[in-house]
Design a protein around this ligand. Sequence first.
Ligand code: SIN
Ligand code: CO
Length: 392
Amino acid sequence: MPLPDEPSTLLGGLSPAQFMRRYWQKKPLLIRQAIPGIQAPLSRDELFDLADNDDAESRLITHFRQSWAMEHGPFAPDELPSVKKRDWTLLVQGVNLHDDRARSLLDRFRFIPDARLDDLMISYATDGGGVGAHFDSYDVFLLQVHGKRRWRFGAQRDLSLKEGLPLKVLQHFEADEEWVLEPGDMLYLPPHIAHDGVAEGECMTCSIGFRAPSAAELSGQFLYHLAERMEEMSGGRGKGEQRYRDPTQPAVTNPAQLPPLLVERVGAILANIEWTEKEVAGFLGTYLSEPKANVVFDAPQRPLNEKRFIERAKQSGLKLDRKTVLLYDKHAYFLNGERELMSPKARKWLPELADKRYLEGKRFVTLSGESSMTVLLHEWYCAGWIQVDANA
Ligand code: SIN
Ligand code: CO
């Protein structure tokens, strides 16, 4: 992981700090040989195998006879077109959840907060393959990992889409720039830049994608979170709960009319909803660390008991499972969608584990005198959230 002020090959000699100031969310950047000598994290056959897996999200996009079509996976091997046929592409989302090499590639981008990181998608395309000219609402690094792809892009204003297609294709597309990317080259695009990438011969591209929830999504999810908290605080549906009351409701002749008194009183209840920044942080930590719908943690089949677990962790350290999301702030930590208060003891090791995603054996030795820590980490290990052997 590059340090903020250190020039980095990944960013074409810029430091992460410079990149964030000059390009992030602002303008595209082409980086030749961001990762020299890169190998595709998965081979073509391994990617096809993953696309056959129920837990992986995959799409097949074809442009045969000038007509766009899209299908969702999983795809059995005989359901994919022949690799000799041109004009098709297979996209597999969330490869970092299934493969440690893909997870390590994503880790190179952790100069951007984990809370913004979404996933690593891999696309495979035959000659001429692509997904059409489109724009995304998120930042993306497009890293060429095998073969060549011709990218054309531009900051056009007109983002209207063709109607009646199974995928987002721009009605009009005009590129300002055009580059052919070779293995190791990378293109950063901020949101809403129109782009089109077409394979020149067989190729593979990794998309390191970010998440930026919309105001509507955030508001809806936050209010839902707040409602749950209010229920918890009033002790469930019991006595302490605040509820609408109308002891002054008169008898009516027009029963279907919504009583103005009800609107006024409910308005008053809603106007009383309050929250603190801590509540917002609590919501964000839980929401953003929530595993994606298709994530299943693999608990160890024959887990070590606590004593053996401690011995192993002292020797070889421990690391977060590739699917684990661990975030923290001053008050709490958020592990795969669960919020826990940060105790002064946890503060000694948890931020380090969360930031590095591993703890070295010798760090574990110094900290392991604390039984509350070893009990907790053993539980996480049994749940499949962490693994012993930081180097494995
Ligand atoms: C691709 O890798 O084929 C498409 C990625 C993108 O344009 O967002
Ligand atoms: Co795109």
